[in-house]
Design a binder for this molecule. Structure first.
Ligand code: PNS
Length: 160
């Protein structure tokens, strides 16, 4: 079985992530969406909130599993029997960081290959951090995130 790990913070899941998942399921038998716990970032959503929203947004994807991991990504991927790590590429600005990470991951674990997938053009400008900024300033994020995420963000910023 061809297994891939799609790692990230997913704080929150965006339509850009969904775009990458949609592409991944056509290539791999199983895709594990792996939420990093110790990413040293100030997160907006707890891990539990993220899992719940992701599960709802992905309910129609039978070959995608949602998990949480801590520690080294390649170690986790190897334990899961994955042959690939999936990363989405949006624009040139992503390249340097992704290039560095993929080479480090290869050095740590040569058997796990990083596969870069490009989002469709209409999703290239979407990032979790921009979504948070726009939503915090009461900007419209409709169509940029799954509905469950949009509703959760509206609730957060209304203080419910
Ligand atoms: O969505 P993000 O925040 O860009 O994802 C980054 C992530 C989670 C893939 C990266 O921080 C990671 O792999 N963290 C796990 C720790 C690790 O293995 N670090 C070495 C990477 S070269």
């Amino acid at each position: 079985m061809n297994i891939a790990v799609y790692p990230g913070s997913f704080d929150p899941l965006t339509n850009g992530h969904l775009d990458i998942i949609e592409r991944s399921v056509h290539i791999f038998d199983k895709v594990i969406l792996a939420i990093a716990t110790d990413n040293n970032k100030d997160s907006m959503f707890t891990i539990e909130e993220r899992i719940s929203m992701i599960n709802e947004a992905l309910e129609n994807y039978e070959t995608v599993e949602v998990e949480v991991f801590e520690g080294l990504l390649v170690r986790y991927a190897k334990k899961k029997g994955a042959s690939a790590l999936i990363r989405g590429l949006r624009a040139v600005s992503d390249f340097e960081y992704e290039f560095q990470m993929s080479l480090m991951n290869r050095k740590l674990e040569p058997a796990v290959e990083t596969v870069f997938l490009m989002t469709s053009a209409e999703n290239t400008f979407i990032s979790s951090s921009l979504i948070k900024q726009v939503a915090s300033l009461q900007g419209d994020i409709h169509g940029l995130v799954p509905q469950v995420v949009e509703e959760a963000m509206l609730r957060k910023y209304k203080g419910d």
